[in-house]
Design a protein around this ligand. Sequence first.
Ligand code: NI
Ligand code: MN
Length: 227
Amino acid sequence: MASLTWHGHSTFSIVTAAGIKIVIDPFFDDNPRSDLKAAQVEADFIVVSHGHADHFADCIPIARRTGATVISTFEIASFCAAKGVEHTHGMNIGGGWQFDFGRLQLTAAIHSGTVAGDDTGTHTTICSGLLFDIDGTQVYHAGDTALTMDMQLLKGHVDVALLPIGDNFTMGPRDAARAVEFIEPDVVVPMHYGTWPIIEQDPQEFVKMVGDRARVVVLEPGGQLEL
Ligand code: NI
Ligand code: MN
């Protein structure tokens, strides 16, 4: 059975039933709530929603050390290749691809974007959402985003939704609860909160706002959910 682990902020790892290791939005060393350091992380694939440092900071070092394939928007994949990452796969929003671990489709998100470490400014990219099919379970990582009407398109296609609730930079708890109404997932895991005071939230307030619309699983860093 596949499992999902939260590492604080928007950083997750998934191990598929076949043992393939996926890391999403690797932010370990400068993440005050992470349970791991980047040097400890094993990965076969690294999937990046956008280039902000709190989603991308440890991507290139982990990819170089492990040989993992970096999957992201075309611009971020190209930036990683230019920085010496051997295996990359560029995509764009709306497109999907069948990987060894299952299918991944990039979905719409509303957010700004730069690529941390890009001195040339040529790799600017907006954020994408990440819709995975892992061993038949549909997992949606929303990235950094506002509440969008496009989330209604995901209804019926998501079993587990990973949603930002931190407010200020992304949806806050109230809009994230509306996203749950739009998406109708079975399980919701809140993310992108509690890392710094500016995105401090009480996840139990979010649990109350969601009510009986979905099962909210509040993880601690290092906490796991079976998919
Ligand atoms: Ni961001
Ligand atoms: Mn962020």
